[in-house]
Design a protein around this ligand. Structure first.
Ligand SMILES: Nc1ncnc2c1ncn2[C@@H]1O[C@H](COP(=O)(O)OP(=O)(O)OP(=O)(O)O)[C@@H](O)[C@H]1O
Length: 288
Protein backbone atom coordinates (compact mmCIF):
# COMPACT_ATOMS: atom_id res chain seq x y z
CA UNK A 1 0.00 0.00 0.00
CA UNK A 2 1.34 3.40 -0.92
CA UNK A 3 2.17 5.76 1.91
CA UNK A 4 1.54 9.47 1.39
CA UNK A 5 2.70 10.81 4.74
CA UNK A 6 5.36 9.19 6.84
CA UNK A 7 6.56 10.28 10.27
CA UNK A 8 9.50 8.34 11.64
CA UNK A 9 10.31 8.78 15.29
CA UNK A 10 9.24 12.42 15.20
CA UNK A 11 9.65 14.52 18.32
CA UNK A 12 8.70 18.14 18.89
CA UNK A 13 9.25 19.67 22.29
CA UNK A 14 7.55 22.75 23.69
CA UNK A 15 8.01 24.01 27.23
CA UNK A 16 5.11 22.07 28.71
CA UNK A 17 4.27 19.64 25.96
CA UNK A 18 5.89 17.36 23.42
CA UNK A 19 4.94 15.16 20.54
CA UNK A 20 6.99 12.09 21.32
CA UNK A 21 8.62 9.58 19.01
CA UNK A 22 5.74 9.60 16.60
CA UNK A 23 5.62 6.97 13.88
CA UNK A 24 2.70 7.66 11.59
CA UNK A 25 1.82 6.46 8.13
CA UNK A 26 -1.06 7.89 6.13
CA UNK A 27 -2.22 5.57 3.37
CA UNK A 28 -2.93 6.72 -0.14
CA UNK A 29 -6.51 6.63 -1.38
CA UNK A 30 -8.12 6.65 2.05
CA UNK A 31 -9.61 9.04 4.57
CA UNK A 32 -7.77 9.12 7.88
CA UNK A 33 -9.47 10.79 10.82
CA UNK A 34 -7.10 12.19 13.42
CA UNK A 35 -8.64 12.22 16.87
CA UNK A 36 -7.48 13.25 20.32
CA UNK A 37 -8.57 15.41 23.24
CA UNK A 38 -7.94 19.16 23.45
CA UNK A 39 -4.22 19.76 23.61
CA UNK A 40 -3.32 16.19 22.60
CA UNK A 41 -1.07 17.45 19.81
CA UNK A 42 -3.23 17.26 16.69
CA UNK A 43 -2.47 20.76 15.40
CA UNK A 44 1.20 20.38 16.25
CA UNK A 45 1.32 17.17 14.21
CA UNK A 46 -0.53 18.77 11.30
CA UNK A 47 1.79 21.76 11.36
CA UNK A 48 4.77 19.43 11.05
CA UNK A 49 3.02 17.69 8.20
CA UNK A 50 2.72 21.07 6.49
CA UNK A 51 6.28 22.12 7.37
CA UNK A 52 4.89 25.04 9.35
CA UNK A 53 6.78 23.60 12.33
CA UNK A 54 10.03 21.70 12.18
CA UNK A 55 10.48 18.58 14.30
CA UNK A 56 13.32 18.57 16.82
CA UNK A 57 14.12 15.00 15.85
CA UNK A 58 12.93 12.35 13.43
CA UNK A 59 11.90 12.36 9.81
CA UNK A 60 8.80 13.71 8.03
CA UNK A 61 8.25 12.63 4.44
CA UNK A 62 5.39 13.41 2.08
CA UNK A 63 5.05 11.40 -1.11
CA UNK A 64 8.39 9.89 -0.11
CA UNK A 65 10.06 13.32 -0.26
CA UNK A 66 11.62 15.49 2.41
CA UNK A 67 10.72 19.15 2.81
CA UNK A 68 14.35 20.20 3.03
CA UNK A 69 14.91 19.44 -0.65
CA UNK A 70 11.40 19.31 -2.12
CA UNK A 71 9.22 21.88 -0.38
CA UNK A 72 7.70 23.39 -3.51
CA UNK A 73 7.01 20.05 -5.13
CA UNK A 74 5.35 18.73 -1.98
CA UNK A 75 3.22 21.84 -1.43
CA UNK A 76 2.01 21.66 -5.04
CA UNK A 77 0.46 18.32 -4.22
CA UNK A 78 -1.18 19.29 -0.93
CA UNK A 79 -4.34 21.22 -0.23
CA UNK A 80 -4.38 22.60 3.29
CA UNK A 81 -7.87 23.45 4.43
CA UNK A 82 -8.38 25.57 7.49
CA UNK A 83 -11.11 27.83 8.66
CA UNK A 84 -11.27 31.58 8.85
CA UNK A 85 -8.77 34.38 8.92
CA UNK A 86 -6.15 32.82 6.76
CA UNK A 87 -7.08 34.89 3.78
CA UNK A 88 -6.82 38.62 3.83
CA UNK A 89 -10.04 39.58 5.47
CA UNK A 90 -11.03 42.44 3.24
CA UNK A 91 -10.42 40.59 -0.02
CA UNK A 92 -13.00 38.74 -2.02
CA UNK A 93 -12.63 35.24 -3.44
CA UNK A 94 -11.89 36.49 -6.94
CA UNK A 95 -8.93 38.58 -5.73
CA UNK A 96 -7.67 35.74 -3.60
CA UNK A 97 -7.83 33.41 -6.56
CA UNK A 98 -5.74 35.84 -8.60
CA UNK A 99 -3.06 35.77 -5.94
CA UNK A 100 -3.08 32.04 -5.30
CA UNK A 101 -3.58 30.57 -8.77
CA UNK A 102 -0.18 31.54 -10.24
CA UNK A 103 1.55 29.83 -7.33
CA UNK A 104 0.37 26.43 -8.54
CA UNK A 105 1.56 24.64 -11.64
CA UNK A 106 -1.64 22.62 -11.89
CA UNK A 107 -4.13 25.35 -11.15
CA UNK A 108 -7.40 24.71 -12.98
CA UNK A 109 -9.55 27.81 -13.43
CA UNK A 110 -12.52 25.90 -14.86
CA UNK A 111 -12.54 23.60 -11.87
CA UNK A 112 -12.31 26.56 -9.51
CA UNK A 113 -15.40 28.22 -10.97
CA UNK A 114 -17.18 24.88 -10.97
CA UNK A 115 -16.59 24.51 -7.23
CA UNK A 116 -17.51 28.15 -6.60
CA UNK A 117 -20.84 27.42 -8.24
CA UNK A 118 -21.32 24.07 -6.55
CA UNK A 119 -20.52 25.53 -3.12
CA UNK A 120 -22.60 28.63 -3.87
CA UNK A 121 -19.75 30.96 -2.98
CA UNK A 122 -19.98 34.66 -3.81
CA UNK A 123 -16.97 35.85 -5.79
CA UNK A 124 -17.29 39.53 -5.07
CA UNK A 125 -18.05 39.62 -1.37
CA UNK A 126 -15.33 40.25 1.21
CA UNK A 127 -14.22 37.05 2.86
CA UNK A 128 -14.83 38.57 6.26
CA UNK A 129 -18.54 38.48 5.54
CA UNK A 130 -18.40 34.70 4.92
CA UNK A 131 -19.79 32.37 7.55
CA UNK A 132 -17.44 29.79 9.00
CA UNK A 133 -18.91 27.14 6.74
CA UNK A 134 -18.46 29.32 3.67
CA UNK A 135 -14.85 30.01 4.62
CA UNK A 136 -14.27 26.30 4.89
CA UNK A 137 -15.82 25.73 1.49
CA UNK A 138 -13.75 28.55 -0.04
CA UNK A 139 -10.60 27.01 1.36
CA UNK A 140 -11.63 23.62 0.02
CA UNK A 141 -12.46 25.03 -3.43
CA UNK A 142 -8.95 26.45 -3.63
CA UNK A 143 -7.35 23.19 -2.50
CA UNK A 144 -9.32 21.22 -5.07
CA UNK A 145 -8.63 23.62 -7.90
CA UNK A 146 -4.94 22.84 -7.91
CA UNK A 147 -5.66 19.11 -8.05
CA UNK A 148 -4.29 18.43 -4.61
CA UNK A 149 -3.61 14.73 -4.12
CA UNK A 150 -3.50 15.07 -0.36
CA UNK A 151 -6.02 17.19 1.48
CA UNK A 152 -5.07 18.04 5.04
CA UNK A 153 -7.69 19.65 7.23
CA UNK A 154 -7.40 20.87 10.80
CA UNK A 155 -10.81 20.49 12.43
CA UNK A 156 -12.84 21.23 9.32
CA UNK A 157 -16.17 20.51 10.94
CA UNK A 158 -15.64 22.42 14.19
CA UNK A 159 -18.17 25.17 14.62
CA UNK A 160 -20.28 24.09 11.66
CA UNK A 161 -23.96 23.43 12.11
CA UNK A 162 -25.05 19.78 11.75
CA UNK A 163 -26.55 20.22 8.29
CA UNK A 164 -23.52 21.97 6.93
CA UNK A 165 -21.24 19.39 8.55
CA UNK A 166 -23.15 16.62 6.88
CA UNK A 167 -22.94 18.43 3.54
CA UNK A 168 -19.19 18.79 3.92
CA UNK A 169 -18.82 15.11 4.75
CA UNK A 170 -20.87 14.11 1.72
CA UNK A 171 -18.69 16.33 -0.39
CA UNK A 172 -15.51 14.77 0.99
CA UNK A 173 -16.95 11.35 0.30
CA UNK A 174 -17.60 12.35 -3.29
CA UNK A 175 -14.01 13.50 -3.62
CA UNK A 176 -12.79 10.08 -2.60
CA UNK A 177 -14.16 8.56 -5.79
CA UNK A 178 -10.75 9.54 -7.12
CA UNK A 179 -8.49 6.69 -5.94
CA UNK A 180 -5.43 8.89 -6.02
CA UNK A 181 -6.81 11.27 -3.45
CA UNK A 182 -6.00 11.06 0.23
CA UNK A 183 -7.65 12.98 3.05
CA UNK A 184 -6.22 13.49 6.51
CA UNK A 185 -8.26 15.51 8.95
CA UNK A 186 -8.40 16.18 12.65
CA UNK A 187 -11.66 16.36 14.52
CA UNK A 188 -13.25 16.24 17.93
CA UNK A 189 -16.54 15.16 16.46
CA UNK A 190 -16.00 11.44 16.35
CA UNK A 191 -19.41 10.69 14.88
CA UNK A 192 -18.25 12.42 11.69
CA UNK A 193 -15.71 9.68 11.29
CA UNK A 194 -18.20 6.84 11.29
CA UNK A 195 -19.49 8.33 8.09
CA UNK A 196 -16.32 8.76 6.12
CA UNK A 197 -13.10 7.61 7.77
CA UNK A 198 -11.28 4.48 6.64
CA UNK A 199 -8.53 4.84 9.22
CA UNK A 200 -8.44 6.35 12.67
CA UNK A 201 -5.24 7.80 14.10
CA UNK A 202 -5.56 8.51 17.80
CA UNK A 203 -3.18 10.81 19.64
CA UNK A 204 -3.04 11.12 23.39
CA UNK A 205 -0.71 13.46 25.29
CA UNK A 206 1.57 13.79 22.28
CA UNK A 207 1.81 10.06 21.62
CA UNK A 208 0.15 8.11 18.86
CA UNK A 209 -1.94 5.43 20.54
CA UNK A 210 -2.99 3.73 17.31
CA UNK A 211 -3.53 4.19 13.61
CA UNK A 212 -5.92 1.44 12.57
CA UNK A 213 -8.64 0.84 10.04
CA UNK A 214 -12.05 1.74 11.44
CA UNK A 215 -12.91 -1.92 11.04
CA UNK A 216 -9.95 -3.01 13.20
CA UNK A 217 -10.80 -0.44 15.84
CA UNK A 218 -14.29 -1.94 16.09
CA UNK A 219 -12.81 -5.45 16.27
CA UNK A 220 -10.12 -4.63 18.81
CA UNK A 221 -11.85 -2.46 21.36
CA UNK A 222 -14.94 -3.14 23.43
CA UNK A 223 -16.74 -1.96 26.54
CA UNK A 224 -17.07 -4.53 29.27
CA UNK A 225 -19.59 -4.37 32.11
CA UNK A 226 -19.76 -6.60 35.14
CA UNK A 227 -19.91 -6.95 38.91
CA UNK A 228 -17.18 -5.56 41.12
CA UNK A 229 -16.45 -9.01 42.55
CA UNK A 230 -14.92 -9.98 39.20
CA UNK A 231 -12.14 -7.45 39.48
CA UNK A 232 -8.77 -8.18 40.97
CA UNK A 233 -5.20 -7.29 40.13
CA UNK A 234 -4.92 -10.02 37.52
CA UNK A 235 -8.26 -9.71 35.79
CA UNK A 236 -7.87 -5.94 35.53
CA UNK A 237 -4.91 -6.44 33.25
CA UNK A 238 -7.36 -7.15 30.43
CA UNK A 239 -8.48 -3.52 30.51
CA UNK A 240 -7.14 -0.21 29.29
CA UNK A 241 -9.01 1.52 32.08
CA UNK A 242 -11.73 0.61 34.55
CA UNK A 243 -14.50 2.79 35.96
CA UNK A 244 -15.89 1.58 39.23
CA UNK A 245 -19.37 2.31 40.51
CA UNK A 246 -21.34 0.85 43.41
CA UNK A 247 -23.46 -1.07 40.93
CA UNK A 248 -20.53 -2.60 39.06
CA UNK A 249 -17.64 -1.75 36.77
CA UNK A 250 -17.44 -0.57 33.20
CA UNK A 251 -14.13 -0.86 31.39
CA UNK A 252 -12.48 -0.55 28.00
CA UNK A 253 -10.54 -3.50 26.68
CA UNK A 254 -8.15 -3.76 23.77
CA UNK A 255 -8.09 -7.52 24.14
CA UNK A 256 -11.58 -8.93 23.68
CA UNK A 257 -10.28 -12.50 23.46
CA UNK A 258 -8.60 -12.27 26.86
CA UNK A 259 -11.79 -10.80 28.37
CA UNK A 260 -13.83 -13.72 27.02
CA UNK A 261 -11.28 -16.20 28.38
CA UNK A 262 -11.12 -14.64 31.81
CA UNK A 263 -14.75 -13.71 32.39
CA UNK A 264 -16.75 -15.97 30.09
CA UNK A 265 -20.44 -15.12 30.29
CA UNK A 266 -20.20 -13.26 33.56
CA UNK A 267 -19.66 -9.90 31.83
CA UNK A 268 -21.50 -7.99 29.12
CA UNK A 269 -19.38 -7.01 26.12
CA UNK A 270 -20.54 -4.09 23.99
CA UNK A 271 -19.13 -2.24 21.03
CA UNK A 272 -17.01 0.77 22.04
CA UNK A 273 -17.54 4.03 20.19
CA UNK A 274 -14.57 6.25 19.33
CA UNK A 275 -15.78 8.56 22.04
CA UNK A 276 -15.71 5.69 24.56
CA UNK A 277 -12.17 4.85 23.47
CA UNK A 278 -11.00 8.46 23.86
CA UNK A 279 -12.72 8.77 27.21
CA UNK A 280 -11.23 5.63 28.69
CA UNK A 281 -7.75 6.30 27.39
CA UNK A 282 -7.90 9.67 29.04
CA UNK A 283 -8.24 7.79 32.33
CA UNK A 284 -4.74 6.44 31.77
CA UNK A 285 -3.36 3.14 30.66
CA UNK A 286 -3.10 0.81 33.60
CA UNK A 287 -1.24 -2.17 32.29
CA UNK A 288 1.94 -0.93 30.75
N1 LIG B 1 4.20 27.28 19.78
C1 LIG B 1 3.93 26.67 20.95
N2 LIG B 1 4.67 26.92 22.05
C2 LIG B 1 4.43 26.29 23.21
N3 LIG B 1 3.44 25.39 23.39
C3 LIG B 1 2.68 25.09 22.31
C4 LIG B 1 2.88 25.72 21.04
N4 LIG B 1 1.95 25.22 20.19
C5 LIG B 1 1.20 24.33 20.88
N5 LIG B 1 1.64 24.26 22.16
C6 LIG B 1 1.09 23.39 23.22
O1 LIG B 1 1.10 22.07 22.76
C7 LIG B 1 -0.05 21.37 23.22
C8 LIG B 1 -0.74 20.69 22.07
O2 LIG B 1 -1.35 21.66 21.27
P1 LIG B 1 -2.08 21.32 19.90
O3 LIG B 1 -2.64 22.61 19.39
O4 LIG B 1 -1.19 20.54 19.03
O5 LIG B 1 -3.24 20.36 20.41
P2 LIG B 1 -4.58 19.93 19.68
O6 LIG B 1 -4.69 18.45 19.86
O7 LIG B 1 -4.63 20.44 18.30
O8 LIG B 1 -5.65 20.64 20.59
P3 LIG B 1 -7.12 21.25 20.24
O9 LIG B 1 -7.97 20.07 19.94
O10 LIG B 1 -7.51 21.90 21.51
O11 LIG B 1 -6.94 22.19 19.09
C9 LIG B 1 -0.91 22.37 23.98
O12 LIG B 1 -0.67 22.18 25.35
C10 LIG B 1 -0.36 23.70 23.50
O13 LIG B 1 -0.47 24.66 24.55
Amino acid sequence: MEIVVEFKNVTKKFKDFSVKNMDLQVKKGFVTGFIGANGAGKSTTIKMMMNLLKPDAGEVKLFGLEYAAHEKEIKERIGFVYDGNVFFEGMNLKDIKHIIAPAYKHWDDTLFYQYVEQFELPLNKAMKTFSKGMQMKASLAIALSHHAELIIMDEPTAGLDPIFRRELLVLLQELMVDDNRTIFFSTHITTDLDRIADYIAFIQRGELVFNQSIHDVAENYALVKGGMELLDRDTEKAFVHVHRAPTGFEALTDNIKAVKNIFGDSVVIEQASLEDIMYYFKGGIQHV
